[in-house]
Structures are given as C-alpha cells and as structure tokens.
Ligand binder design. Sequence first.
Ligand code: PFF
Length: 444
Amino acid sequence: MTNNAQWSSRLGFILASAGSAIGLGAIWKFPFWAGANGGGAFIIPYILFTFTIGLCLVMAEVSIGRRGRGSVVSAMRRVGGPWFGLLGALAVLTAYIILSYYSVVGGWCVSYLWDAIRGSVATSDPEVLKANFGALVTNGTENVAWHLAFLSLTCGTVVLGVESGIERVSKYLMPTLFVLMVAIIVRSLTLDNAWEGVKYLFHFDLDSINSKAILNAMGFTFFSLSLGAGILVTYGSYLSDKTNIPNASVWVAALAIQAALLAGLMIMPAVFAFGLEPNGGPGLVFVTVPLVFSKVPFGAFFALLFYICLLVAALTSAVSLLEVVTAFLQNEWHLSRRTAVLLNWVTLFLLGAVSALSFGPWSGFTIFGMTFFDLLDFICTNFLMPLGGMSIAVLAGWLAWPKIREQLTSVKSYSPALLTLIRIMIAVLAPVLVAVALLQGIMG
Ligand code: PFF
C-alpha cells in the first residue's frame, strides 16, 4: 500500500524535519555535552560531521523515502528487497522504544511548564530545586501522569494527520521556538560575566581533541539529526517530486546546528553569570536553569519562555517518532490512522510507565546495572540507531545508489564529482565511523 499523504510545501517538510531534529538533544544535552567534551573540541567535529556524513545520510534517508513512498518498512523493501524491509522493521522498533522513554522526559517538561505557568518554578535555593526535581522523578504516580500528558499531546498531534497535524504544528511552533530562544539569549548575554559562559562553550583546547570527544560528537550528530530510526525515510515519503532533496536537506542540517548553538548560548552565559556548575548533567535544565531564572530580573517570565521552548522542541521530535510507527501500522497492518494512534497511545503508555517507574518505585530493578530507562536509552543510542544508520548507508551507498542518485538529481543536476563525494560519504565513511561507534558501544 502506498501512502498518499503529502506535505503542502517544501517549507512544511523542512520545518517538520527540523522539528524532529531539534529536540531535547539540542536544548538539554548539547550545552552540557559541549562543555564536558572540551567546547570547541566537540563543537567543531559536530559541525563537520553534520555537514558531511550527517547531511549525506539525511539525503539518503529522504531519497529512500520518496523513492519507496511508504512507511520505512515498505520504502526500504521497495528500494532494497525483503531483507531491507526487515531492517526497516528494526527502525520502527527503534522509534517505538525511543518514544516510550522520550515521553517520560517530555513529561518532566510539561510538569515544569505547568510550574512555570503558576510562577513556582524558580527558587533561589539549589537544595530545594534538587529536591523538587528528585521528588518529581521518584514519585511514581506523578511521573507516570506527566508521561501520559506528554504522550497524549503527541498522539493528539499525529492523529490529525501529516498536513493538518504534524506540518501545521511545526509551522507554528518552530518559528516560535526560534524567537523565544533569541529573546532568552539576549537576556542571558546581557548579564554580568556572561562572556565566561560563551568562552566555556567555544573555547578551543587542542588537547581535548581525542577519539572519545570525536566519537561523542559523531553519536550526537546521529541523535540530533534523528538518523537511523526511519524518521527521515517516513517524512521523505510525503515529499513532493518537485522538491530538491539536497537543498532541503542542507536546510534541515543547518537549522539543527543553529538550534544547538542557540541553546548553548541561551544556557551557558547565564549559568556562568551566577557562578553555577556548567556540567550540571541531566539536571542542567531542571535544576540549574530554574536557579538562574530565580536570580534574573523578570526571571519568572523568562522561565515560562524557556519551558515553552523545551516542550515545543520535545513535542515536535516525539511527533516524528510516533509518525514512523503510525505510518507502519497504516501501511503494513492496514489500520486507520486513528486506530493506529490509539494502539500506540495505549501500548506506549504502558511501556513508558515502566521507564517512569524505574526512577522511583522500581529503581531497585536493574539489568546490567542499569535501570529500565537507562537500559532502553543505552540500547537505542549505542546499537539500534547506529545499526539503522548502517543499513541506510549500505542500501543507499551500495545496493540502490542509482535510485538514490536519481532522487538527488531529479530537480537539479549536480556535478559528477559532487555526487561521487556524496556517495563516498554514504558508502564508505558512514559505515566505517558507525562501525567504530558500534564497537565502542560494545566495549563500553
Ligand atoms: N533529534 C531529537 C533530539 O535531538 O532530541 C531526538 C530524536 C528524535 C532522536 C528522533 C532520534 C530520533 F529518531
């Protein structure tokens, strides 16, 4: 069965794909990862990876999607044969699992936004803030309830369809996100001592360039471009034949980088202005950021803006994950969009609830020393997503290159040298780097 849904415009596709890319990864993970991995020593490889291998894999995924016109399973099967259909199914599973725990963190965003609306998020006592965050994540009922709230928002968007749901939401929310981020950056950069934060983020220390920082940058590029989980294949399947894929892909990659850098500039200068710990880890946006807002003039207002940003970013990414699974259920199981979303809503609620409970009541239950939440994240980021990326690279770079090439050049022709370069990235460099990352994942 083919899919008839389509984006109404090239912009709709770009914003929805950028919405998928720009998520908790950019706003929550990037600032403290960049800091912890040596600033420029992480940011420069991240930008380089994004504009080389990352960009080429984006083009490959979108091309497979548009050529195969269906869910990631049907598209990969049509382009590469039954075995690739199976690898497509693995991508669906990856998206499904990621969404189950992404929704738990999304729930924290809803909860903090709710507090920000009530004006109770920013407190100047770090111990209280830590205790609040701890209380939220360890309270089973609350954690599950916020997860359900976030999941319901995600399902509510996807059930409306590709154009009236996903595209419409992205078209309103992504520009809003940008404006809010800039507003917060202006506030953050005008604080005393803010420059220290900028230096911390962008300092370039040759000694910190090591294989670990580079591999971390590679892993982050993958996560941040939403590669390897069938997302861009699915979104590509809704793309009009008139859209120039390389050009649209450059936009997506550039927007993703821009958002990560803006997020760094939004958070780090303010953290430094108040002499806080820049390597706040996962607690950075839920503990350190409220602390910052408690100290700046009009902090409550900026806190509200910040948590709107965080929720918007998380929501548009979650929506993309859900669309992968929904398109699969529509195409392969012939369910209506409504039934597919309902099925996802129920089962993802249950699976996510296990992750939510693994912070509190079920934290004693560990596998390989990891809680359920950590285990799922570990499997997805270290194995499933790289494996997904690898199958795309092999399919697009080796088996189906003529079809991919045709997609890339269907609107505008490019020089043979450029196309060869793209192919080398997809067929050789991407698999080698992914293999190294996989090995590193296995060996820990
Ligand atoms: N790109 C999203 C982020 O940076 O938060 C996360 C993500 C979405 C990862 C979808 C993977 C994925 F398939």
